[in-house]
Design a protein around this ligand. Structure first.
Ligand code: ACO
Length: 325
């Protein structure tokens, strides 16, 4: 019996031109390169130019992913954009991307799960593909977090950056076991009682303004290591696999210490972990597809490799995905 799988056939990314280093931040804020590097692993972040919108970043990433896949925009029938920083309150940034890339035959919508957004978007697209409602899907994570940061709050503004990453999924038949190419499983969770640990203090229905990111860093850290390790174990167990089967662990890039703590808990060696936090900082929903783009671009991730992704974000939301590349 064959099963329908969502196979990754292309990967792309985009980073804005402007680099903001820790040293530059230290010139205008009571912080230091040493503090930021020691606590988070970050040395620099990319910042979108004035007038450069989330949809612009998303489109650039989408185009590179479509080129890599050798697929023309008119063949795309689903676009899911994971973002917490849409161009406008509505319409969805995905529909803006649709018109800018010329994917006229697609349905398009956004998914909002903050830093877990890409995992949620992947799960959504995979289910559309598996049910037969879509055959070719563009899954994008894109953020301009620099626009929702309080640049006076040294506890948060040093941690985030802008960017976008994208993958193209295509329906293919598989055998229904873990040797298949494609998305093998996704596991998603949320707990709305943890709202106050990480949120933006504004919005259309509350203040009428966009607001700024607020975070209880220590508490987020504590939940992150435990929940991300648990949800990856859930993914492995559901597929009858162990951590030693994983070729590449591509975690959400929130903090190098969270990444190291989670990898250690799982027993995954550092040389199998893709890390971009040092250069990209935390780009929220864009961090995993950007890391996938980097690690496919330098030929670390190759066809047939087993790739484990996981993330945790505001909500709180968290999730994992297991993908045979
Ligand atoms: N520069 C210098 N000093 C700072 C800075 C800064 N940028 N920020 C905070 N401090 C100070 C604090 O004021 C505090 O000073 P005090 O002791 O005099 O009060 C001291 O440094 C220690 O602050 P803590 O908040 O206790 O530092 P901690 O070791 O917890 O590190 C950090 C803070 C990096 C935010 C950490 O808690 C963290 O990474 N948490 C996870 C948050 C995260 O990753 N969020 C991303 C979104 S969620 C996600 O993507 C998973």
């Amino acid at each position: 019996m064959t099963v329908r799988r969502s196979v990754v056939v292309g990967c792309g990314g985009y980073l804005p031109e402007k680099v903001l280093t820790n040293e530059e931040l230290a010139q205008r804020l009571d912080t230091s390169d040493e503090w930021i590097r020691e606590r988070s692993g970050i040395t620099q972040r990319y910042i979108a130019a004035e007038g450069e919108l989330t949809s612009d970043l998303a489109c650039a990433a989408a185009r590179t992913a479509l080129d890599a896949a050798g697929i023309t925009p008119d063949a795309v029938d689903l676009i899911v954009v994971a973002t917490s920083t849409p161009d406008e309150t509505f319409p969805a940034s995905a529909t803006v991307v649709q018109s800018k890339v010329g994917a006229d035959n697609a349905m398009a919508f956004d998914v909002q799960a903050v830093c877990s957004g890409f995992v949620y978007a992947l799960a959504t697209a995979d289910n559309f593909v598996k049910s037969g409602q879509a055959g070719t899907a563009l899954v994008i994570g894109a953020e301009t977090f620099s626009r929702i940061l309080d640049w006076q709050d040294r506890g948060t503004c040093v941690l985030f950056g802008d960017g976008a990453g994208a993958i193209v999924l295509k329906a293919e038949d598989g055998q229904g076991n873990a040797t298949d190419r494609g998305v093998l499983s996704t596991h998603l969770h949320s707990d709305g009682r943890l709202h106050d640990l990480l949120y933006v203090d504004g919005g259309p229905s509350s203040t009428g303004e966009v607001g700024f990111l607020r975070m209880e860093g220590k508490e987020v850290f504590r939940h992150a290591v435990v929940k991300m390790a648990d949800v990856t174990v859930e993914a492995l167990e559901a597929n009858g696999l162990t951590a030693s089967d994983i070729d590449w662990f591509v975690p959400h890039q929130a903090n190098k210490r969270i990444i190291d703590g989670t990898a250690k808990k799982l027993g995954i060696n550092g040389d199998r972990v893709v890390v971009t936090i040092d250069r990209h900082a935390n780009t929220s929903a864009a961090s995993i597809p950007l890391a996938l783009w980097v690690a496919t671009g330098d030929a670390r991730i190759k066809q047939g490799d087993l790739v484990l992704i996981e993330a945790l974000g505001g909500g709180m939301t968290w999730g994992s995905g297991l993908v045979r590349w």
